[in-house]
Design a protein around this ligand. Sequence first.
Ligand code: 2AM
Ligand code: CA
Length: 265
Amino acid sequence: MAINWDEIRDQAVKWANEAGDVIRESFEKELTVETKSNADDLVTNMDREVEEYLINQIKETHPEHQILGEEGVGEEVTSLEGTVWIIDPIDGTMNFVHQQTNFAISIGVYHEGVGMVGVIYNVIYDEMFHAVKGKGAYLNNVKLPDLEEVPIEKSIIAINATWITRNKRIDPARLIPVVDRCRGTRSYGSAAIELAFVAAGRLDAYITMRLSPWDFAAGKVLIEEVGGRVTNLDGDPLDMLGRNSIFAGKADLHQLILDEYLSND
Ligand code: 2AM
Ligand code: CA
């Protein structure tokens, strides 16, 4: 039987809303903050609690689906066969801890490796970005228009200052001319929000060096629904089971930056 993706979208939106309530209520309680891979890689009791909440909802409704979540509450996922939910309970944990804003819940649903549903909930702003493949992207109940091209000189590009200074992943000399030429740069500290903002035309592109599938799975679906592109920095398709550099943007701007600044030939 064909899967009803609209229904899956409705479920993802509902659970993201409910998870948002859980997070908002948590502001009254004490938060436990721990570090993961390094001193700046934060995780809280809420990251785990919200992931568990989402996984329980998904499992109860779709016991046959796989779930790939950042905090590893679910089982290990090693293939994209069948239907896979790729979820980040709190994207932008550092913002959550330090600012209590600018974090999001990200839910992508992939089928045989193809992004079918993308939901990003910008919790504090109560902005629900959602899309079903082939049916357009929405912000709350308003359809997002197809992205309008912009010359690089008038573009706003999301990029973290990390990548414009000495770092392990990219020679900053490659990105400095892009920063020089565009109109302005922004950094929100949540990849999901940055991708949702590209889909909404608030940002013209987003460049970052190392994200995991739960950071970009939903955003990729949203952006492709409005005619944008999401690849790695070489312009290649993303590996949905591993870490990737990410370059998202309006199609022509994406091509221009690839050709003039990122391609090695
Ligand atoms: P997270 O908050 O879910 O970990 C911060 O610039 C963005 O990069 C966030 O979306 C953050 O997601 C993501 N990110 C991915 N890997 C990270 C890491 N090792 N440390 C900090 N942020 C990371
Ligand atoms: Ca997270």
